[in-house]
Design a protein around this ligand. Sequence first.
Ligand code: ZN
Ligand code: ZN
Length: 141
Amino acid sequence: MTYHGECACGAVSATIEAEPVTVRQCWCSDCQRISGGGATHNAIFPASAVTLSGQLASHGHQAASGNTLTKYFCPTCGTPVFATSSARLQFRTFRLGFLDAGHGLKPSAAIWTDSAPDWAVIDPALEHFAGQPPAPAIPQD
Ligand SMILES: [Zn+2]
Ligand SMILES: [Zn+2]
């Protein structure tokens, strides 16, 4: 399966030639900030499967874990594209909203649920993690 996505202004696009290792929604306070108040929805792909085009801007900060989280976005329209963790540089965490409609991906887990606002409605069918879940398995290639 090949996934494609682009930002709101079209300056940044990506082609991803792999299935995600996991798809989850994240309710951490950082994600609430960049999403505008709710969860982010993320598909984690092997970095080796990603081809990007266009100029990205980024912002990194040190998370509570001590790892550096870097968020990449379009400097023109501000669309979030993906994020990386210094602890897992073999992955790119793409925002589901960046991918073209019809991608068919959906979250299987909700993480950092303890940080969700009390009005949040979290699907009980998802696997719930109060905080950070274990890292996804490293793909064999
Ligand atoms: Zn853009
Ligand atoms: Zn988060």
